[in-house]
Ligand binder design. Structure first.
Ligand SMILES: *Cc1c(COP(=O)(O)O)cnc(C)c1O
Length: 385
């Protein structure tokens, strides 16, 4: 019997070691990891520069509390704000906590309470983040949610306009709904949404927890659209595997988060901060961005070329290094077959295979993964027809 609460449905693999784009299990079997630990290990497993920065900080101090000014936090905030096009950072320990901070800040800064979010969205598992999430299955059994969230269909500007009123503090959205099945925001919708929010004095919050830190081949996904969000949230890839989240805001919001208004014992932990600064230094390197753009183009071309004509594949949605392969059948049994063949991929919703490979993977690894998926889907299509 396990002493863990069984909140996770586990796979059959027990990792022993991980390196770059691969995981080796306790039997020595090598897997290609196209999950990046669910969008976390964007630089692959154990990137050398991050490992070195963490080891160095382990030799200085591990924790001193946020009563001290810490040069590490200042440096990480400065790198992150530059990379993200924002002015102020608050460090938390997870994505849900970053979204909590965003929700609290939006309410405090505007003095209003209503927040519009989208059906099929995912914003995390704490009470406010869960309340913000537009999926019933996440909320089941937990009783009344925070009442001030309103959910509208994704990419539907008229629904946003109809739901907004004088009590609306913010609109919060993902540029690509990750957990919800890789659904990409429309350009026209996003630009109309941004001008509507500006005109009405409604804050625009972009949840970049899965889409940030290079995942969409730009630093943050909002940069594919011609908009300026008031708040963005980051986590997953920010610490290359160490737990850290951040809520970033524009300067006009700084006064609403004054001393004593918010905080966290571990927020901005020195070890996690060292990992974040080293991660940011790596992704902010000019060469990294150029190579990533090329890799993401190959990723798209290879997947479309190998998978588009397979019967049973209903749709393929790709944005940067995020891919959703929507199938006629459920994803779980296919995912298990992929693991047997040495490829680890994710579900998103029930019918979508989601790929979030390391941004440092090779074209050979992409071709290998696409080959395994094609072979598996062709076999399963012939069984089902
Ligand atoms: C993963 C995720 C979260 C929650 O992050 P946690 O670190 O698990 O709390 C929130 N929003 C989005 C878009 C995510 O992908």
């Amino acid at each position: 019997m396990s002493n863990l609460f069984p909140v996770y449905q586990r796979w059959e693999i027990q990792p022993a070691e991980a390196n770059g784009s691969t995981i080796i299990d306790k039997n020595g079997k090598v897997y290609l990891d196209f999950t990046s630990g669910i969008g976390v290990c964007n630089l692959g497993h154990r990137p050398k520069a991050v490992e070195a920065a963490v080891k160095e900080q382990l030799g200085n101090f591990w924790h001193v509390s946020n009563l001290f000014e810490q040069s590490g936090q200042e440096k990480a905030a400065s790198l992150l704000c530059e990379y993200a096009g924002m002015d102020r950072a608050y460090f938390a320990n997870s994505g849900a906590e970053a979204n909590e901070a965003a929700i609290k800040l939006a309410r405090k800064a505007t003095g209003k309470t209503k927040i519009i979010t989208f059906l099929n969205s995912f914003h995390g598992r704490t009470f406010a983040a869960m309340s913000a999430t537009g999926q019933e299955k996440i909320k089941h059994g937990y009783g009344p949610m925070l009442e001030t969230f309103v959910y509208v269909p994704f990419n539907d500007i008229d629904a946003v306009k109809k739901s907004a009123d004088g009590e609306t503090a913010a609109v919060m959205l993902e540029m690509v709904q990750g957990e919800g099945g890789i659904h990409i925001a429309d350009k026209a919708f996003v630009s109309e949404l941004a001008s509507f929010c500006k005109e009405k004095g409604i804050l625009l919050i972009i949840d970049e927890i899965q889409t940030g830190i290079g995942r969409t081949a730009k630093p943050f996904a909002y940069m594919h659209f011609d908009i300026q969000p008031d708040i963005i949230t980051s986590a997953k890839g920010l610490g290359s595997g160490l737990p850290i989240g951040a809520m970033l805001g524009k300067e006009h919001l700084a006064d609403a988060f004054g001393p004593g208004s918010h905080g966290s014992t571990f927020g901005g932990n020195p070890i996690a901060i060292a990992a974040a600064s080293a991660t940011l230094a790596a992704v902010m390197n000019d060469g990294f961005g150029t190579e990533l753009e090329q890799l993401s183009e190959s990723f798209k071309a290879v997947l479309l070329d190998r998978l588009a004509d397979i019967s049973g594949v209903k749709d393929i949605r790709i944005f940067g290094m995020m891919a959703g392969i929507e199938m006629a059948t459920e994803a779980n049994s296919v995912l298990q077959e992929l693991r047997e063949k040495g490829l680890i991929a994710l579900p998103a919703g029930t019918h979508v295979i989601r790929l979030l490979p390391p941004l440092t993977c090779t074209l050979d690894q992409i071709e290998k993964a696409a080959g395994i998926i094609a072979e598996t889907l062709r076999a399963s299509a012939s069984v089902h027809s």
